[in-house]
Design a protein around this ligand. Structure first.
Ligand code: XIL
Length: 359
């Protein structure tokens, strides 16, 4: 602990920036690309080596949980920056931008929202109020928000319906998206309004169908004049799902042709049960993870994506250690992220650096 905090504080304060090796943020920035990661505000304060690596590697931060409804409006009408403030402060200190995640989602809702009996008019008022109240606090400090997250239904779960079942969809249908994006534009005219989604990267029929659903949904919104400006592709990449650049590139081209920006918002590589190499085969595991990360990032960059974030930075902090479908059956730590448990750079770090350099 002593050694760690000593190294951490040295990295933060004593070393002149020029003496540090360039981080992914610098390597990406040289090509006009913003690189960043999801962070936990509490850890930024409490864990010095963690904070030092976030300062070194990330030019852009997104709160892993601090921007969700249950954190921002825990009680009706009480809007709080408590969990975002440490991230905004850290970013200001280290010349980093912050993006927001997420105004509307089917989960991470406080109990009072789950328990509200939502009529369409009530749901609309609640949504508008949450969007306006949140953006009133972050306007001028956060220029990019995931207005809605994971709106599209997984085809294997709902074969006949484009939108995921949620309290918002049940009360308002597709109009909940229109309402949220319009309210966001009203509350902050300068904000980039992003729709964020997963499950649209792989080359298999399930992703083909989800891409089609997402394209239909975005086209509908644009036809109705809804101010959506970008698609966030989460890019959680399970190794048992095949990935080939061509179908993903084609999809991104269609998105870009609609006038939308593309971001990779939550990159990590998952070794699910079927794809698991032995825990001890670290070089083979890391090579597989790095190869997948390079493939998806290089494809996105070639199609005009200029923003890439990983969901966390170092393996022990990855949400995939806790999320049942991504956890290794042997319980070993995941190798999903660019840095290892000692904040050393892994092959995935080098794969990202190469992708940013166009190699
Ligand atoms: C995850 C966080 O990483 C976890 O800590 C939390 O318990 C659940 O949410 N897609 C998203 C993110 O859009 O908000 C999720 O984050 C990961 C999947």
């Amino acid at each position: 602990m002593h050694r760690r905090s000593l190294i951490g504080s040295l990295a933060l304060t004593a070393l002149p920036a020029a003496a540090q090796e360039p981080g992914l943020r610098d390597i990406a920035a040289r090509r006009g690309i913003a690189f960043g990661c999801a962070v936990n505000g509490r850890l930024l304060r409490a864990d010095a080596p963690y904070a030092a690596s976030v300062a070194r590697e990330a030019g852009l931060l997104v709160p892993e949980g601090g921007g969700k409804w249950n954190a921002v409006q825990p009680e009706p009408g009480r809007f709080s920056l408590d969990s975002l403030q440490p991230i905004l402060d850290f970013a200001a200190m280290h010349g980093q931008a912050v993006r927001g995640h997420t105004l509307v989602w089917h989960t991470a809702l406080p109990r009072w929202v789950w328990e509200a009996r939502l009529t369409p008019a009530g749901a609309e008022a609640l949504l508008r109020n949450h969007v306006a109240g949140t953006l009133a606090l972050t306007r001028g400090r956060i220029a990019d928000w995931d207005v809605a997250n994971e709106a599209i239904a997984d085809p294997d779960v709902l074969p006949d319906q484009d939108l995921r079942d949620s309290i918002w969809q049940r009360a308002l249908g597709v109009h909940y998206l229109d309402i949220a994006f319009r309210a966001a534009r009203e509350a902050d005219p300068a904000l980039r309004l992003v729709l964020n989604e997963y499950g649209v990267e792989a080359s298999w029929p399930r992703a083909d169908e989800k891409r089609a659903r997402l394209l239909r949904t975005l086209r509908g919104m644009l036809e109705r004049g809804v101010p959506v400006q970008a698609l966030g592709v989460q890019a959680h990449m399970p190794l048992d799902q095949p990935f080939a650049p061509a179908p993903f590139a084609r999809f991104l081209r269609e998105i870009r042709a609609m006038g939308l920006d593309v971001l990779l918002t939550e990159l990590d590589v998952i070794e699910p049960e079927k794809a698991v190499l032995r825990e001890q085969d670290i070089p083979a595991r890391d090579a597989a993870v790095a190869e997948r990360a390079h493939a998806v990032v290089a494809t996105a960059l070639a199609e005009g994506c200029r923003t890439v974030l990983t969901w966390g930075l170092a393996d022990p902090y990855s949400w995939t250690n806790a999320w049942a479908p991504a956890r290794r059956p042997d319980g070993a730590e995941v190798r999903a992220l660019p840095l290892d448990r000692d904040f050393r750079r892994k092959p995935m770090w080098h794969a990202l650096a190469r992708a940013f350099e166009g190699r």
